[in-house]
Write a protein that binds this ligand. Structure first.
Ligand SMILES: O=C(O)CCC(=O)C(=O)O
Ligand SMILES: [Fe+2]
Length: 261
């Protein structure tokens, strides 16, 4: 049984990002390789509820984004996780207009994922369907009062961690999101692994560590994903978080497609 029905789900959308990073040079986002591996990506998402896009961002691009962290005017708000019981460490939500790189990642990744999102909803019996164009989905969020941007930059030092959570910000939810590791595991930091848990009906939670190198992106379910069972699909509840950073500094970029209330 496949959420995706017949394989070959049309052509991957055209992505042309290489020449448009003028404000954040030098950079070399290899999103065309993501498009090349698009069919693999959708299969992996279908099987596991997550998939890795290796080397989505170059080391230069990773560094350029990390360096935005201290520049407060890029951001609309800063969250110190310990104050809210979210963990330890901090993050900031970008302001509109988003930095060019973040904006382009958001609008380039959405079309790669929209087909999976629609098939997931179909399999789970959820009536919502997502438009093929990202601007149309964003307009839907904005019309419902979800107008504040959700892409975020996270910063962890030794002893920091991120509790298991779901990034829900209102009624409108795009069911997949992306996290990109900007720092170098083993060099800039140790520990700090990306963790996903899934809870199946009447079963105990299962955890998975997703190994990621600098520039790698992990795509994963925001909240629910369908899993094929003997009597059709059932709904698995997913959470994500980060294990304790033992030493060093870890930056990540989170791309969430729905905006916040
Ligand atoms: O730092 C991480 O790896 C997780 C970040 C996160 O929670 C997110 O991108 O939503
Ligand atoms: Fe998150």
């Amino acid at each position: 049984m496949s959420v995706f029905g017949e394989s070959g789900h049309g052509k991957p959308p055209k992505l042309a990002l290489h020449n448009s990073w003028a404000t954040m040079t030098p950079t070399a986002i290899s999103i065309s390789s993501a498009a090349r591996d698009w069919a693999l990506l959708t299969d992996e998402l279908q099987l596991h509820g997550r998939a890795v896009l290796p080397q989505l961002l170059s080391p230069d691009a990773c560094l350029a984004i990390s360096r935005l962290y201290p520049q407060a005017d890029n951001f609309r708000s800063r969250v110190v996780m310990a104050r809210h019981g979210f963990g330890r460490g901090e993050y900031q939500y970008f302001n509109y207009p988003l930095p060019a790189l973040v904006q382009q990642l958001r609008s380039a990744l959405y079309p790669l994922l929209v087909d999976v999102a629609n098939r997931w909803n179909e399999a789970m019996g959820v009536a919502v369907r997502y438009p093929l164009e990202y601007a149309v989905f964003l307009a839907r969020c904005h019309a419902a009062g979800q107008t504040r941007p959700t892409p975020l930059l996270l910063q962890y030092a030794g002893g920091d961690y991120n509790c298991l959570h779901q990034d829900l910000y209102g009624e409108h939810v795009f069911p997949l999101q992306v996290t990109i590791v900007l720092s170098r595991p083993g060099e800039d930091f140790s520990g700090g692994e990306f963790v996903l848990t899934e809870q199946r009906p009447r079963m105990q939670s299962r955890a998975t560590v997703v190994p990621l190198a600098q520039g790698d992106a992990v795509v994963f379910a925001v909240q629910h994903r369908p899993v094929a069972g003997s009597r059709g699909f059932y709904r698995v509840n997913m959470r994500h978080g980060v294990s304790e950073v033992r030493a060093g500094q870890r930056h990540t970029l989170g791309i969430i497609f729905h905006d916040a209330q």
